[in-house]
Unconditional design. Sequence first.
Length: 155
Amino acid sequence: MRERMRNLARRALLVPFFLAVSSCTSSVQPGYVGDDKKAVERAIEQFHDRFNSAQYQEIYDDAQEVFKQSKTKTDLLASMQETAEQFGRAEEVSEKWINVIVGAPVQIRAIYNTRFTKNQATETFVFIKDGDHIRLAAYQIYLGTVKPSESPSRK
């Protein structure tokens, strides 16, 4: 799986852009793995809804300052628009894997195989708990799909 992900990374169509989804809240705390996963699923649904509606400004506005500073606003918005042009609208998730890493802060990582209107893609997400909010910290999209590995934490 790692080798396939490395190969996909070489073919990545988009430099990662960093975002946040702040309106998805949860009482997520270490030890509440199921709640963390459900909160991330909701956050990814919201991300796809915003992405499909070209609400890139809203995505940017919800971002944490540290991630906003990783790229210029213009570059982030342009990356989102470029991704939409290359992949189209997110339509259906065929496979997903979500893993919670308990620590300070709590990280939730997700891999989604998603059918877009123009291409199949593998999306990777990293979320971080920020107070009571689950915030998207990183996003990458790759052409083609890699089936998330079978593991007990896969949902």
